[in-house]
Write a protein that binds this ligand. Structure first.
Ligand code: SF4
Ligand code: ZN
Length: 368
């Protein structure tokens, strides 16, 4: 419980600092400036397609405000930390959406997906009201070539009625809800991540999603690679076990998030003191190979932050190459031949790290 206490304290301090800093600035950032959108090639369920990503600022993750939130997440620091009216949120959405529509003609792409990120949970109506949810979904329904609409939510906001209602607004499209399971290990999730969910609540949410037969609603699991206070070897094993668990529970797709250190988090606090390192890229490759071969549902390995000081890292000679091979693997949903055989001199260090992390009981892995 000490971890939760420190985590809460750190989060409160971080929020306080942000508020003070923003208060001091004369010309405050307008709420719309917290939004973002971009687009590009990405893997959809059945093919490679065009994906539009949108980040909408909402009041902030309830869990982070109440409990300090997850030990690796800094979403709350990127949110405006104030209430946003429905009209403002709709205007922000329209600005970002129109920006994307100006960039491309959606009908020129056969398969389009839209991924919506908010500061916490899209399905939490305290964060994003039903009126705004409906508005956004009605916009998407105008485009036949949008095949997938993806949102994120904690399990407690997932209920049959609202799922059915939202799915009915986008008939014929896949409606996917990504849930941050992070790991199937209850102890790690409680003590190292402070996620505030249980396997039971996750299973209930997935069962609810899968019980709806009138619409194509699917559950996705986000899995964190290398939470704090876990050895490299344990992190790999847990990540692989978690994929198997998620598949068995009825998840339709897996997205791995190899840890990147974000400011104001407990992960950042430990990293600055030499008590945490993000995973080796070799570890993510070991997980990728194992899961592609043994868990037969689509899987994406996020490569954000790869090769940076705060992200997954091998050595300067191989970081970029391996990142591009992982992206290729994401698009093709296969293991590229080159990845099967690729090696680098830093691989020995990684292997030694795995061997000795147990003996030394260490969660850090000094790199070149
Ligand atoms: S990971 Fe999700 S639930 Fe956890 S603090 Fe961040 S937004 Fe909230
Ligand atoms: Zn290397």
């Amino acid at each position: 419980m000490q971890i939760q206490k420190i985590n809460k304290q750190l989060r409160e301090n971080a929020i306080e600092n942000i508020k003070n800093k923003r208060e001091r600035k004369k010309d405050k950032k307008p709420i719309g400036a917290y939004a973002a959108s971009w687009a590009g090639e990405d893997r959809l369920y059945d093919s490679v397609g065009y994906t539009i990503f949108m980040v909408l600022p909402t009041s902030g993750c309830q869990w982070a405000v109440d409990s300090g939130g997850c030990t690796m997440c800094s979403y709350i620091a990127d949110s405006p930390l104030c209430n946003i009216t429905d009209d403002d949120l709709i205007e922000i959405f329209n600005t970002q959406w129109n920006k994307q529509l100006e960039k491309t003609d959606i009908s020129s792409h056969d398969n389009v997906a839209v991924k919506l990120f908010v500061s916490g949970s899209f399905l939490n109506t305290n964060e994003i009201s039903s009126k705004v949810q409906d508005y956004i979904f009605n916009e998407f329904s105008k485009y036949d070539n949008i095949k997938e609409v993806i949102v994120e939510s904690k399990p407690e906001y997932i209920d049959e009625e609202s799922l059915k209602h939202l799915a009915s607004l986008i008939p014929g499209k896949i409606f996917e809800i990504g849930i941050g399971l992070e790991t199937s290990n209850e102890e790690t999730r409680l003590n190292n991540i402070n996620k505030g969910i249980t396997n039971q609540s996750f299973e209930n949410a997935i069962n609810t999603i899968n019980s709806i037969k009138d619409y194509d609603i699917r559950g996705k699991a986000y899995l964190l690679i290398k939470p704090i206070l876990l050895s490299e070897k344990d992190a790999i094993n847990e990540a692989i076990d978690s994929a198997k668990y998620a598949k068995d529970v009825g998840v339709r797709r897996i997205a791995y998030c190899p840890a990147t250190v974000h400011g104001g988090t407990l992960m950042d606090y430990l990293w600055k003191r030499g008590s945490y390192n993000p995973p080796w890229i070799w570890s993510t490759i070991k997980i990728l190979k194992e899961v592609r071969n043994n868990v037969d549902i689509p899987m994406i390995m996020d490569t954000a932050g790869f090769g940076t000081r705060r992200g997954p890292f091998n050595c300067k000679k191989c970081n970029a190459k391996l990142k591009s091979l992982i992206i290729k693997s994401n698009l093709e949903q296969e293991i590229p031949e080159e990845l099967e055989t690729f090696t680098c001199e830093c691989k020995d260090k990684w292997e030694a790290d795995l061997e000795f992390s147990d003996i030394l009981n260490t969660t850090t892995n000094p790199k070149a």
